[in-house]
Design a protein around this ligand. Structure first.
Ligand SMILES: Nc1ccn([C@@H]2O[C@H](COP(=O)(O)OP(=O)(O)OP(=O)(O)O)[C@@H](O)[C@H]2O)c(=O)n1
Ligand SMILES: C[C@](O)(CO)[C@H](O)COP(=O)(O)O
Length: 285
């Protein structure tokens, strides 16, 4: 077993054989309110199709397919709301309870979802799984592993062991210099879902809200920084749990979709070309 495999092996894996039925709500929060500034602001990446399916649909369906997820909350912005709501209706995603507006930053969108859950009277022991909509290929094992992890912990995050040595840096004038080099077995790349008992993540966010200069890039850090005594379990992620961030990620995503669905991007391109030619021929008659 390689070092990377060992590191991932020590991460919590799902008990795929016999997932335990859940006695509390298991709510997936699908964060789709971003503006895709590193992608194409005029082409919202959460609506781009890979493998013939919009990215946001891949993510919602991953939680629809997991029998232990009871409810889904989708967080959008004004640019994508209409299309996302239309897709939910067309596809009949029965677990989606509400589509809410997010905020300026990812952390604001999570906060909006937590407020919605609080107003809905969600119990403090509910399991909340917060997922980037632009990680379309999240594995069922990661979702099940997150649900299971919350039986032993109050917080857990899907993460993937780093195969590179990680450098922690500090500023030296205009430069970055290395501050420390953590042992490789203890370095993981955070992914999603990031999962919490509702009371835990709610408390962490309440504490964080008092610091207007706190701009975390994920939810795990809110717990790590504001509930430092609360362990956050690592749940085994995957290289394929790709976050689609820039246009360069699309070919990789198409390849993953092909692997997962036997989707042939060349065949899809041929089909699209034939459709366009047929349309053009029709217009010439
Ligand atoms: N205010 C925000 C920002 C991000 N997200 C969501 O959080 C996930 C990860 O964010 P990221 O990849 O950074 O998406 P964007 O913020 O859209 O990208 P960028 O930072 O390039 O603008 C995405 O599913 C995105 O839709 C969100 O719901 N609300
Ligand atoms: C939550 C996350 O996906 C963990 O790696 C990441 O922090 C999101 O970052 P982004 O800048 O919002 O894409």
């Amino acid at each position: 077993m390689t070092e990377n495999e060992r590191a991932n092996e020590t991460a919590m894996n799902t008990m795929a054989d016999d997932p335990k039925p859940q006695t509390v709500p298991v709510v997936a929060v699908v964060l789709a309110a971003g503006f895709g500034t590193r992608f194409d602001p005029d082409n919202p990446k959460q609506l781009v199709s890979v493998g013939g399916k919009p990215i946001v649909c891949w993510s919602i369906e991953a939680f629809e397919r997991c029998a232990r997820v009871s409810d889904i909350v989708v967080v959008v912005n004004s640019k994508v709301r209409e299309e996302v709501e239309s897709l939910i209706d067309q596809q009949g995603y029965g677990k989606v309870r509400v589509v809410i507006d997010g905020g300026a930053e990812r952390v604001d969108s999570t906060a909006a979802a937590l407020d919605t859950l609080a107003q809905a009277g969600i119990p403090g022991d509910a399991k909340i799984l917060i997922h980037d909509a632009v990680r379309p290929f999240v594995a069922q094992s990661a979702i099940d592993g997150s649900i299971d992890a919350l039986d032993q912990f109050k917080a857990a995050t899907v993460a993937y062991a780093s195969t590179d040595t990680v450098l922690l840096t500090q500023d030296l004038g205009d430069l970055k210099v290395v501050k420390s080099v953590p042992d490789r077995p203890n370095t993981f790349r955070a992914q999603t879902p990031q999962s919490f008992r509702f009371a835990t993540i709610r408390k962490a966010y309440e504490l964080a809200a008092q610091d207007p200069d706190f701009h975390p890039t994920d939810d795990t850090r809110v717990v790590v920084d504001y509930l430092p005594g609360e362990p956050v379990a690592i749940v085994s992620g995957a290289e394929t749990n790709l976050k689609i961030t820039t246009l360069e990620d699309i070919p990789t995503a198409e390849r993953i979709a092909e692997q997962l669905e036997g989707f042939d991007p060349k065949e899809a391109a041929r089909a699209r070309m034939h459709a366009l030619l047929a349309q053009a021929a029709g217009q010439m008659r």
